[in-house]
Each structure stands twice: as structure tokens, then as C-alpha cells.
Ligand binder design. Structure first.
Ligand code: AMP
Length: 410
């Protein structure tokens, strides 16, 4: 026999039992975001590498270490998308969406790819649900998006904490970056080697370090949130006011650094205590310079993405709360198959979930199967049509198909 094949490292198959939960989550996300005006939106699973190099930023872990990049047969450098915002902005520019009425609100759902070391809740192919609002810097968009993600998590049975901060604008960030570099260089001897190597490229990441010496230094470091200019400080105060009005709790975290370079002003992250080391369940922020960086007109934007697998891992909800009646049509003898087949179709047409015996089991085996699929009713075909209620065990003969549908559907 040939050797067994396996899904590639860091990837997984979704089997139907799990697929059902994903489907419910997707329907809920579509409904929630759709009602807030976020339209369904898709981009390709791969883009020109340039989209991410320019969009996400060369100095980030994502671009420098984690991208699945390959050359196509025409020698173009392509990359499997590691995140959704850069592609959304590329599409906004490409389709001249700045000419539409603003803001343009988009929602997406699909696979993303990062070459990370796999562990629980961290994969090389994972799925995200995301939402973006482009073309307006109105603080109600920041607050609306944060509240939508909070609601999605709550509806999904995920306990989470919101961390919130503001990164100001590009100029404030640049001059703060210089201030932080100067501060870090003065205390270089106390920093980890990794942080020291990146003082020039990305000094903000020093706040993320686990290294004890570095952490001690960072406890005394200047904070960006104390350097915001008046407009950014006011924007942040408005976002906070809106969250307070909505009674959304959050922790102000002035060291919140997200692993992407494009953020300006509001940044946020939802962590779930039940996830352990990979506690980030979703996050995002404002990226007012990104569209321009990708060749478009100056355009503000704000958005988030949340990991589907992390939401499901963190959820304490029992997924099998399907409310439809479920009928199992038993086939006592093979020659009754055709009749059973017709009844299954009639049941499905009238809105029930229905399955029939399709593996040649004994009647006893068929009743077990009915139990396994969570049947509310078993239909037994034969000279007489019978309907048995699983709860209570009541069994009765019905006169015809119409009466049978009524018995199942109530
Ligand atoms: P990010 O784009 O890094 O802000 O990620 C947004 C969300 O996507 C995170 O909060 C996670 O829930 C999820 N996520 C990111 N990377 C991975 C990964 N490698 N495996 C599984 N989920 C991920």
C-alpha cells in the first residue's frame, strides 16, 4: 500500500461536525455586519507580493518572516494573503471606490496564510472574519466596529477583554519613534539581543518583549499616548465616549502594539482568557495612511479581523441547537427504499431536515442512527406509514403524506 498522505503542517480539515458550528458563526456574522451596512466583499487568496510589502510593512514579522511567497510561471512574485486589510485597500483603489458614497463598508470571511510555528490556536492556514470602513475618519466608525466585534464574540459565547489605545498620526509616531529609539539606545545594555537588533527598524515592538531586562526598561519608557496631538487626542476621546455610552468596558493599554505597521489613531484587541498563550481572538484599528501608501488618494479607514478557529476554541456554546425538526426515514426492507426516498424529498421540501437509511442497517441499527443524527421523529414506511416521536416514544399511524408532514412539522 502507498504511504499515507496528510494535510500539510499547520493546516487542518474541517469535518462536518465542526463545519456546522462554523456555518452558524458565519450566518451570525453576516447578519450582524449586514445590518450595520457592511456589504459582502471578496479579494483573491493571493496578491502581488508588493501589496503586503507596501501595505503591511517590511519591518513586521508578517512580511519579514511569515509570508508564503512564490513565483508564478511568468516570474511574478505572488504571496498568499496573510491578512485582509491591504487587499481591501488595493481593491478600493483599483475599483475607484473613493467615487462611491463614503464610507465604503465591507465584510469578508475566508482563509489567510502565515508561516508561523503551529500550536493550539495558531495555524499556517486559518480563517478570519473581518470588517472595514473606508473613506471617513468619523469616530463613530471606530466605535461601531469595536462594538460589532464585541457583539459577535458575545453572541458566539466567547468571554473576552477589550484592550484599547491610540497611536496618533504618522508624524507623531515618527517623532515618538525617534524619542523611543534615543531612550532605548541609552539603555542598550539592558535589552535583549532581539530587541536591540530592531531598535532602528521597529522600536515599538520592544513593548511586546518577554525578556525581563527589556520589560524593566520598557516600564520606564515614554508612551505614545502622552504625545498625541490635539486632533488625535480629541478623536480618541470621542471614541472612548461612544464606548462608554454603549457601556462597553475596556482596558486602556498604552503599550498595545499590533503586529502590523499601518495603524494610526485607534487600535484595539480582544483577548480571551480561555485561549492560553494565543489569547488574541480579534483586533484591528484605524489605518488612515494605507490607501495612499498603496497608490490611492488620501483616504482614512478603520477595520478589524477575528480568527474563526480562535472564536470556536474560546466559545463555551453548545453548537447543536438546531431548531428545525429532524426526521429519520427508516427503511424496513430494501424494496421500500423508493417510497422512503420520495418521503424524504417531501419532508425536505416542506422545511424539515430529513435523512433516510442509506447503509443497509437492521431496524435496530436504524433507530440508533436516528438517535445519532438527533432525530426528533422517525418515519417508518411500509404498508402503513408510521411516525414515532423520539421524545416520549409515542408512535402513530398516519393516513397519507399530508398527515405525515403535519405530524413531523407540527
Ligand atoms: P491579526 O491580523 O494578526 O491582527 O490577527 C487577527 C486575528 O486573526 C487574531 O486575533 C487571531 O484570532 C487570528 N489569527 C492570526 N494569526 C493566526 C494564526 N496563525 N492562526 C490562527 N488564527 C490566527
Amino acid at each position: 500500500m502507498a504511504g499515507k498522505l496528510q494535510a500539510p503542517r499547520g493546516t487542518f480539515d474541517v469535518l462536518p461536525a465542526d463545519g456546522e458550528r462554523r456555518q452558524l458563526l458565519r450566518e451570525n456574522a453576516d447578519d450582524l455586519l449586514g445590518r450595520a451596512g457592511y456589504g459582502p466583499f471578496e479579494t483573491p487568496a493571493f496578491e502581488d507580493t508588493e501589496v503586503f510589502a507596501r501595505g503591511v510593512g517590511q519591518s513586521t514579522d508578517i512580511v519579514s518572516k511569515e509570508m508564503f511567497t512564490f513565483e508564478d510561471k511568468g516570474g511574478r512574485s505572488l504571496t498568499l494573503r496573510p491578512e485582509g486589510t491591504a487587499g481591501a485597500c488595493r481593491a478600493y483603489v483599483e475599483h475607484g471606490m473613493h467615487k462611491l458614497s463614503q464610507p465604503v463598508k465591507l465584510r469578508y470571511w475566508g482563509p489567510f496564510f502565515r508561516h508561523e510555528a503551529p500550536q493550539a490556536g495558531r495555524y499556517r492556514q486559518f480563517n478570519q472574519v473581518g470588517a472595514e470602513a473606508l473613506g471617513s475618519d468619523d469616530p463613530t466608525l471606530d466605535a461601531e466596529l469595536i462594538l460589532l466585534l464585541a457583539e459577535l464574540l458575545e453572541d458566539s459565547g466567547v468571554e473576552s477583554r477589550l484592550k484599547l489605545s491610540s497611536l496618533g498620526n504618522a508624524e507623531t509616531r515618527a517623532s515618538y519613534g525617534e524619542e523611543l529609539r534615543t531612550f532605548l539606545r541609552a539603555r542598550e545594555g539592558e535589552l535583549s539581543e532581539e530587541v536591540r537588533a530592531r531598535v532602528d527598524a521597529n522600536p515599538l515592538r520592544a513593548f511586546d518583549a518577554d525578556h525581563p531586562g527589556t520589560r524593566a526598561v520598557m516600564a520606564e519608557a515614554p508612551l505614545l499616548i502622552d504625545r498625541l496631538d490635539a486632533a488625535d487626542a480629541e478623536h480618541f476621546a470621542e471614541v472612548r465616549g461612544l464606548l462608554d455610552d454603549a457601556e462597553q468596558e475596556y482596558d486602556l493599554d498604552p503599550t498595545l502594539v499590533r503586529g502590523l505597521d499601518y495603524y494610526t489613531r485607534t487600535v484595539f484587541e480582544f483577548d480571551s482568557p480561555s485561549l492560553g498563550a494565543q489569547s488574541g481572538v480579534g483586533g484591528g484599528g484605524r489605518y488612515d495612511g494605507l490607501v495612499e501608501q498603496l497608490g490611492g488618494p488620501p483616504t482614512p479607514g478603520v477595520g478589524w479581523a477575528a480568527g474563526i478557529e480562535r472564536i470556536l476554541l474560546a466559545s463555551d456554546e453548545d453548537p447543536d441547537d438546531l431548531e428545525l425538526p429532524v426526521a429519520f426515514v427508516a427503511v424496513p426492507r430494501p424494496e421500500l427504499r423508493r417510497m422512503a426516498f420520495g418521503i424524504v424529498r417531501a419532508l425536505r421540501d416542506s422545511g424539515a431536515r430529513a435523512e433516510m437509511e442509506q447503509a443497509g442497517r437492521s431496524m435496530k441499527g436504524q433507530l440508533k442512527q436516528a438517535n445519532r443524527i438527533g432525530a426528533t421523529h422517525v418515519v417508518i414506511v411500509g404498508d402503513e406509514l408510521e411516525v414515532k416521536e423520539m421524545e416520549g416514544g409515542e408512535q402513530r399511524v398516519v393516513a397519507d403524506e399530508q398527515e405525515l408532514l403535519e405530524a413531523v412539522l407540527g
